[in-house]
Design a binder for this molecule. Structure first.
Ligand code: ADP
Length: 640
C-alpha cells in the first residue's frame, strides 16, 4: 500500500486524534486554572492570616486599655475584694473575655481576686494567658483570659467560616482553636498558613511554659480541589467513548464509501473495456437526436473521433449526401419511437468516403430514475455480410445461367441429332420419288419442282438445326489443369444452404492424393452439382425418421483415373441401368426435364471420362464418374 493510500485509509482517525488533543487541552487548561485558583487562595489565606492576627492584636490591645483604666480607677482605694468588684470596668471585662482579675501588691502577694464564669460556662480548664497593668506604684492587676475565647470572640464570623483558626505552640501542639473539633491539616492536606504572634499576644501564660514561639495558624476549610475537578473527569469520561463510537461509525462509513468507490471504478473500467472491445457500435441520443455518447466502435465505423460527434444534432456527418432526404425522414421516425423492433438496415458513409452497410437497433435510453431520456442505438456493420451475400447471389445466378446454357446446348444437340435422321430421310425420300418419277417419264414440272424444294427445305432445316447447335455449343470445353477436390468443395458450398433446408447431411471424404486433371472446372462443377441435386431429390422420398438423410461425396485415385462418387441413402435405382437414366428427356419427376444425367454424361465423355450408376451398398444410389489423369503432367510429377 502506498503512503498516500495509507493516509487516505486512516483519515477516519483524524477526528479521534483531534478530539484527544482537544480533551488533553481542556484538561491542561482546567489544571492551569486550578493552579491559579490555588495560588489565589493562598494569597488570600496569607492576607487573611495577617489581618486575623492584627485583629486579635487590636482586641488584646483593647482589653489592655480596659485593664489600664481599671488599674487607674483603683489607685488610692483600699485594696480588697469589695473595692475591686465594685468597678464597672471589671464587670465589663469579665463579661467579655476575662476569666479572673487578681490584684497583687508590690511584692506580688494577692490583695484581692475576682473570677467570673465565661458566657459558655467554661471554667479555666485549659491554658490561660494573662495581661498586666500597674496600679499606681504599689501593686499590679493581672487578668487571665482563655485564648480559645479570644479566638472565638476576636475572629470575625466570615473568616471563621473559611478557616480553622488555631494557636499552635513551638512543639506543634494546639493551644486553642476557633472550632470545637478542628480538622488538623495533617488529616487532609489542606493549605494553611502560620503567622508568628506579636505584641501583647506574646504574653506568656501563668505557668512556666513560654508562648514566645506560639503562632496563629489558619487552615482553609474548603480547599480548591487539587487535581482536575470531578466534573471535568465526568465530561471527559463521557466524551471519549462518544467520540470513539463516532470515529468507529465514521470509519465504517469511510470503508463502505471506499469499497463503493473501488467497485465503481472497477465497474467503470469494465464497462469501458466492454464498450471498447465490443463489435457492436453504440450511440446514445436525446429526444432531439443530439448525440450524447458514442463508443470507440462507433467512432471507427464512421471514421470520426468522439469529440467531433458528441453534441451533434442531425443531419449527421456520416449520412451519405445523396440520401439526405431518406435519412432525415428515417431519423424523424426513429426519434418518434417508431423504429422497427427487429432493426433496420441503413447505409452510412465513412469519413474516407467508403460506404458502410449497417443494421441499427434502437431501444429506449433510461436514466438512473428509470425515466426515458432518449434512445440507445446498437449498430452492427453488415458490409462484409452484404458483400458475401451479393457474391453468393451472383454466383448462383451465373451457375443457373451456365446450367441453362449447357442444357440448351445439349437440347439443341439432341434435337439436331434426333431431327437429322428424319430430315435426311425426308430428303432421301424426296430424291427417291423424283428419281422414280423420272424413270416413269413423268415430266410434270410442278411435281418435280415441289419435290426438289422439299429436299432443299429439309436440307435447310437440317442446316438451321446444325447452326443452332453449333451456336449453343460453340463454347468448347476448356481443358485446364484443375484440382477436382477444389471443384467439389466449391460445388458443395453452393448447395449447402439447400441441403440444410432439406435437413440433409453432406459428407465429404476427399483424398489428399488426388492430382490435378485437365478439365473444364465450370463443367465438372455442373456435373457434381447435378449428381448431388439428383441425390437430394431422391432423398425427399425418404422419411426423416429413418436414420437421417445423407449424401456422401468422395474422391480417390483409381489407376489412371480420378474417381468421384456421389452416394445417397435414398430409394436407390430400382434396377434401372445407366443407359436408361441418361436417356434424354427420361425423368420420373413431375417437373423433371430428364436432361440432367444426359448432360452429365456428355460432359464427362467430352473429357474422355466415364459416368456410371449402381446400387449403393446398404441401399441408395451410387453415381460416379472417372476422369483420366493429365498424363503428361502426371508423368512429370511422378518423375519429379
Ligand atoms: P431429372 O432430374 O430432370 O429427372 P435426370 O436425367 O437428372 O433428370 O434424372 C433422370 C432420372 O434418374 C430421375 O428422374 C430419377 O428417376 C433417376 N435418378 C437420378 N438420380 C437418382 C438417384 N440418386 N436415385 C434414384 N433415382 C435417380
Amino acid at each position: 500500500m502506498s503512503p498516500r493510500e495509507l493516509l487516505h485509509r486512516s483519515l477516519w482517525l483524524a477526528p479521534l486524534a483531534l478530539s484527544l488533543v482537544f480533551v488533553l487541552g481542556v484538561l491542561a487548561w482546567v489544571r492551569a486554572n486550578e493552579a491559579d485558583e490555588q495560588e489565589q487562595q493562598r494569597q488570600t489565606l496569607i492576607s487573611d492570616a495577617l489581618s486575623t492576627e492584627a485583629q486579635l492584636r487590636d482586641r488584646i490591645a483593647d482589653e489592655q486599655r480596659h485593664l489600664r483604666q481599671l488599674a487607674e480607677d483603683l489607685v488610692g482605694q483600699a485594696p480588697g475584694e469589695a473595692a475591686l468588684a465594685a468597678q464597672a470596668e471589671l464587670n465589663g471585662g469579665l463579661r467579655r473575655l476575662w476569666q479572673s482579675v487578681t490584684w497583687l501588691d508590690a511584692r506580688n502577694r494577692v490583695l484581692a481576686e475576682v473570677s467570673g464564669r465565661g458566657d459558655d460556662g467554661r471554667l479555666d480548664d485549659g491554658l490561660s494567658l494573662h495581661l498586666t497593668a500597674p496600679v499606681g506604684n504599689e501593686g499590679t492587676l493581672v487578668v487571665r483570659y482563655p485564648p480559645a475565647l479570644l479566638l472565638k470572640r476576636g475572629v470575625p464570623w466570615w473568616l471563621a467560616r473559611k478557616y480553622d483558626v488555631q494557636l499552635v505552640d513551638s512543639a506543634d501542639q494546639v493551644i486553642a482553636s476557633s472550632t470545637e473539633s478542628p480538622l488538623r491539616a495533617a488529616q487532609a492536606p489542606r493549605p494553611s498558613y502560620r503567622v508568628a504572634l506579636t505584641g501583647p499576644l506574646r504574653a506568656s501564660p501563668l505557668t512556666q511554659e513560654a508562648l514566645t514561639d506560639a503562632a496563629l495558624e489558619l487552615t482553609v476549610r474548603d480547599p480548591v480541589a487539587n487535581g482536575v475537578r470531578p466534573l471535568a473527569w465526568v465530561l471527559v469520561a463521557g466524551f471519549l467513548p462518544l467520540i470513539a463510537v463516532a470515529s468507529w461509525l465514521l470509519r465504517r462509513q469511510m470503508r463502505q464509501l471506499q469499497r463503493a468507490e473501488v467497485a465503481g471504478r472497477t465497474e467503470a473500467a469494465w464497462r469501458r473495456a466492454m464498450e471498447d472491445s465490443a463489435l457492436v457500435a453504440l450511440r446514445a441520443r436525446d429526444f432531439d437526436g443530439r448525440l450524447l455518447y458514442v463508443n470507440r466502435t462507433f467512432c471507427d465505423m464512421v471514421g470520426l473521433p468522439a469529440e467531433r460527434l458528441v453534441g451533434l444534432l442531425p443531419p449527421m456527418p456520416y449520412w451519405p449526401p445523396d440520401a439526405f432526404e431518406e435519412m432525415s425522414a428515417r431519423n424523424r421516425r426513429n426519434l418518434a419511437g417508431q423504429a422497427p423492433r427487429e432493426g433496420y438496415e441503413a447505409r452510412w458513409q465513412h469519413s474516407s468516403g467508403r460506404m458502410v452497410d449497417v443494421m441499427v437497433f434502437e431501444s429506449p435510453l433510461v436514466d438512473a430514475a428509470g425515466r426515458q431520456i432518449g434512445w440507445m442505438g446498437s449498430i452492427i456493420d453488415i458490409t462484409g455480410a452484404k458483400r458475401l451475400e451479393e457474391r453468393e447471389r451472383r454466383q448462383v445466378e451465373t451457375l443457373a445461367h451456365n446450367a441453362r446454357l449447357t442444357m440448351l446446348g445439349e437440347v439443341a444437340s439432341t434435337l439436331a441429332h434426333e431431327l437429322n435422321q428424319p430430315l435426311t430421310a425426308i430428303a432421301s425420300y424426296g430424291a427417291g420419288i423424283s428419281n422414280s418419277l423420272a424413270k416413269l417419264g413423268v415430266q410434270d414440272e410442278l411435281v418435280l419442282g415441289a419435290l426438289q424444294r422439299l429436299g432443299q427445305q429439309a436440307a435447310h432445316a437440317g442446316r438451321i438445326v446444325a447452326r443452332i447447335r453449333e451456336f449453343l455449343t460453340r463454347r468448347e470445353p476448356r481443358h485446364e489443369p484443375c484440382d477436382l477436390n477444389e471443384v467439389i468443395r466449391a460445388a458443395l458450398d453452393l448447395l449447402r444452404r439447400e441441403a440444410q433446408q432439406r435437413e440433409i447431411t453432406l459428407e465429404l471424404a476427399l483424398s489428399p492424393h488426388v492430382p490435378s486433371v485437365l478439365a473444364d472446372a465450370v463443367l465438372i462443377e455442373q456435373v457434381v452439382i447435378n449428381l448431388v441435386r439428383n441425390a437430394a431429390d431422391a432423398l425427399l422420398a425418404r422419411d426423416r425418421d429413418q436414420g437421417g438423410r445423407r449424401i456422401a461425396v468422395s474422391s480417390h485415385l483409381a489407376g489412371d483415373f480420378v474417381r468421384i462418387d456421389v452416394r445417397d441413402n435414398g430409394p436407390g435405382l430400382a434396377g434401372r441401368r445407366i443407359e436408361q437414366l441418361c436417356a434424354p428427356f427420361y425423368s420420373t419427376k413431375s417437373d423433371g426435364m430428364g436432361m440432367g444425367l444426359a448432360i452429365c454424361r456428355s460432359i464427362v465423355e467430352a473429357h474422355q471420362g466415364v459416368l456410371d450408376a449402381s446400387e449403393a451398398a446398404g441401399g441408395g444410389a451410387l453415381f460416379s464418374f472417372s476422369l483420366p489423369l493429365n498424363r503428361e503432367h502426371h508423368r512429370e510429377s511422378v518423375h519429379a
